[in-house]
Design a protein around this ligand. Structure first.
Ligand SMILES: [Zn+2]
Length: 216
């Protein structure tokens, strides 16, 4: 698998520190299950974090309660066998384990013509949105912006937008400064895992996705 688009370094650092929001962390964990490069980077960052914590404790200061918190929520970090599990099933093992799903058992619901989705539940009280999205071949999405951070991981097929083409394993890491018009691959379509840390804005995006078809 040739992965050319990875999370921003700042996103990886937040993930390694345990401070990334639950839906965004779920997508990074899924990407890491598919990407040995990011698994190594996360491990290195965790070593640096551990060294800093050790240095901090040796300075006789009380450890900060918020430091090095474990990843919150349902989705755990990918284990050693994660990449193999992805190769068999195409659904990254952190997502498969957390939600008891396989690629073949995703309970898709229709969102609009050529678009299916399945929303993944988050821990109670957690803000944000995490869902699987299946887009038919050649389907063009309306241009949209973002209220906060949005992470998209391609699980199967591909899509393109103004910034490039994203294939299986690739992640697009965008913030509110980005507006784009994704188009699913003309032959394979696209199945992706997408997360936002701003639920209201994401609902807005979903509304924009279906607006041309529903007329709302
Ligand atoms: Zn990566």
């Amino acid at each position: 698998m040739s992965i050319t688009n990875h999370p921003d370094p700042a996103t990886l650092i937040s993930f390694a520190a345990g401070t990334l929001s639950e839906p965004l962390a779920a997508v990074v964990a899924a990407h890491a299950a598919m990407c040995s490069c990011c698994r190594r980077e996360i491990a290195d960052m965790e070593l640096v974090g551990a060294a800093l914590l050790l240095q901090h404790s040796l300075s006789a200061q009380p450890a900060r309660s918020g430091a090095a918190k474990p990843l919150r929520g349902r989705v755990a970090r990918p284990g050693p066998g994660a990449a193999h599990a992805v190769a068999r099933d195409r659904l990254p093992s952190p997502i498969a384990r957390a939600y008891g799903l396989t690629f073949a058992t995703i309970p898709w619901k229709r969102l609009g013509p050529g678009v299916l989705h399945h929303r993944l539940p988050l821990s109670p009280g957690t803000e944000g949105d995490l869902r699987l999205l299946k887009i038919a071949a050649g389907r063009r999405m309306p241009e949209h912006g973002h209220g906060g951070s949005e992470l998209t991981l391609v699980l199967d097929g591909a899509y393109s937008d103004e910034t490039g083409t994203y294939r299986s394993g690739d992640m697009q890491d965008v913030d509110e400064s980005i507006e784009h018009t994704p188009v699913a691959d003309q032959n394979a379509g696209c199945i992706c895992l997408i997360a936002s840390d701003r639920p209201a804005r994401f609902k807005g995006i979903m509304a924009r996705l279906v607006q041309p078809w529903t007329g709302i």
